[in-house]
Every structure is written in C-alpha cells, then in structure tokens.
Design a protein around this ligand. Sequence first.
Ligand SMILES: NC(=O)c1ccc[n+]([C@@H]2O[C@H](COP(=O)([O-])OP(=O)(O)OC[C@H]3O[C@@H](n4cnc5c(N)ncnc54)[C@H](O)[C@@H]3O)[C@@H](O)[C@H]2O)c1
Length: 332
Amino acid sequence: MIKIAVFGAGTWGIALARLLAVNGRDVTVWSAIPTELKSLSTTHRHPNLPGMELPSTMHYTADIAEACAGKDILLFAVPSPFVRSTAKKAAPYISDSQLIVDVAKGIEDKTLMTMSEIIEDELTKQKRSARVVALSGPTHAEEVARDMPTLIVAASEDEEAAKAVQKAFSTPTFRVYTNTDRRGTELGGAVKNVIALAVGIALGLGYGDNAKAALITRGNAELSRLGIAMGCKPETFSGLSGMGDLIVTCTSMHSRNLHAGMLLGHGKTVEEAKTEVGQVVEGINALPAACRLAKKYKVDMPIVQSVDAILGGRLAASNALASLMGRDLKRE
Ligand SMILES: NC(=O)c1ccc[n+]([C@@H]2O[C@H](COP(=O)([O-])OP(=O)(O)OC[C@H]3O[C@@H](n4cnc5c(N)ncnc54)[C@H](O)[C@@H]3O)[C@@H](O)[C@H]2O)c1
C-alpha cells in the first residue's frame, strides 16, 4: 500500500487526503496547528468542506519527523507563505528515496522561486535531495471532496517521477496527466490567481461576460509571454495548469481570488477583502513576484500591472478599464 503524508490541513490538503484514503492509500495528515488535527480526528469533518466525511483509516500527527517516517510520498499542501518554513522543518527527515509532491500555488517574492524550487532549495541547504513533482490544474477542493470529476497534471523534468505521482494519485474520479514542464505548470498556477483578481474586480464594477472572457484570454496571453520568456513550453499554457486553471479560477463560485477581486471592485480595501474571504488569497501573495518577473524578463503584462496598481492604491478600480482599453491598438 502506498504511504503518503499530507502537510497542511486546509481545504486542499484534506480534500486530497480523503480522496487518497478512500482509494486505498495509507494517509497521514501533518499540521502546524495541533487543534485542527484534534478536531479532524474526532469529528472526521473539515469546517470549510461541509458534507464531506473523512474515513476513520486516516492518521494525524503534529510531529513532522513521524509524518515523514516510512512514507513513499510527501505532499506539500500548505498555503504558499508556509512552504519554505514547512520544507525547512521537514528536510532533516526526508530521504532521497521519497517523492515530494507540491500542490501549493505561488511564487516567492524575495527569490522568484516556484514552490517546488523552494522545497528543493531547503533540501539543498540541509544537504538533502529528493525528486519534487508539481501537481496542478483546475481543481477546486469543494468538488474533489465530493468526488466530482477532476483532471490535473503531474509535472517534472524527471518523467519517471511524474509517472509515479500519476499512478499514486489517479482514481476513478481524479485523472492525472503528466508533463515535463514543471516551471511552466507552476507559473500558470500562480499567475492565474492574479488574473482572477482582475476578473473579480471587473465583475465587482458591474462589467459582464465579454469583459470576463477578454480578461481570461488576454490574461493567458500575458502568462504565455512570460512563461516563454522564462524558457517554459508554450503548450503548457493551453493545458490544464494554464488555460484550464485560468477558466476555473476566473469563473467558479468557489474561487477565493475571484471573490476577493469582486470585493475590491465593490470598493473594499485589500485588508477588508482578505478578512471577508477568510482563507488564503494566493493572487495577492503572488502579485509582487509576478510584477518582478515581468520586469526581469521584460514582458508586457498590462492586466497584472493594473491589478498591482489597484491593490497598491495607485489606480482606482473604476479607472482601470479606461487605462487598459486606451492602450495603443495592436495585433492579437
Ligand atoms: N483550495 C483549493 O481548492 C486548492 C486547489 C488547488 C491548489 N490549492 C493550493 O493549495 C494551497 C493550500 O490551499 P488551501 O485551500 O488548503 O488553503 P487553506 O487556507 O485552507 O489552508 C489553511 C491551512 O494552512 C495550514 N497552516 C496555517 N498556518 C500554517 C503555518 N504557519 N505553517 C504551516 N501550515 C500552516 C493549516 O493546516 C491550515 O488549516 C494553496 O497554495 C492553494 O493555492 C488550493
């Protein structure tokens, strides 16, 4: 039986933990917050995933050494701001025979590293190594928790590692593809959250489906331009972790980034929007890094830059459309 430790007891970590456990994997959940482990192990429920029941076969621990011991796969499912600290804590207990899977989506502002790169960085600092695979796509936890059909991609330059993750995570309702462009896959997962903020702002201002479709399509053009400049594969951006994730994040009622954007469009401040959403809004975390990447690779990203100007208080949301529409006319 494949043994998997899941780091993080948020909605995505627990939705995946349940999926894996009901499909015959041996699952242990680690969290930095012992009280949530106690609640999960006694109620078998997650407060943000109503109606989902966790199988009694799942194990829980607040001890990261115990979580790592004897596992085939270590799944990083903490929000992006905690990936580095979690990797640092886990590194001493990780061996090179273990596969690491990252599902957190973001780019670190200071280093411009993707989440997988952060994990590798922390392993290297502690003279450790392991194969790290990114698992990303259009996958809302709320639907996976209810066994609704979902497609995702396991990405690694090491094709054997990606295939091992594909095999370990595939179930009758959860279909895993592979690709060899981990960086492009992770870039899509991070930048789409910023585009979702833009779509939310547009909807909050009262604009319609035309604006939504325009922002998704042109948002994908920005993402692809950046990714290609960074050496990623163009086809990644029309795949599950590119266009697929953009569509779900920019149209779903489950999207926190879309929700946060709508609140901003209604005139709320960033802090008010974050408080009202109540869970991590990864687009806000990824925004500074996306802007710095655009600058570093000299790529024009007008939608991302407009979101940055709105959140930074340099542009009123109500003026953003005029500034985007008033740019020089160009070929598609
Ligand atoms: N929710 C989804 O549908 C979904 C889908 C795909 C990817 N993701 C990505 O997965 C990641 C996690 O998302 P989520 O929805 O589970 O977030 P969440 O806000 O539900 O996660 C909260 C959890 O983070 C953990 N945490 C809090 N503080 C911590 C700390 N200091 N150190 C370590 N862990 C801490 C706790 O276990 C807490 O329950 C994000 O990067 C997100 O973009 C989420």
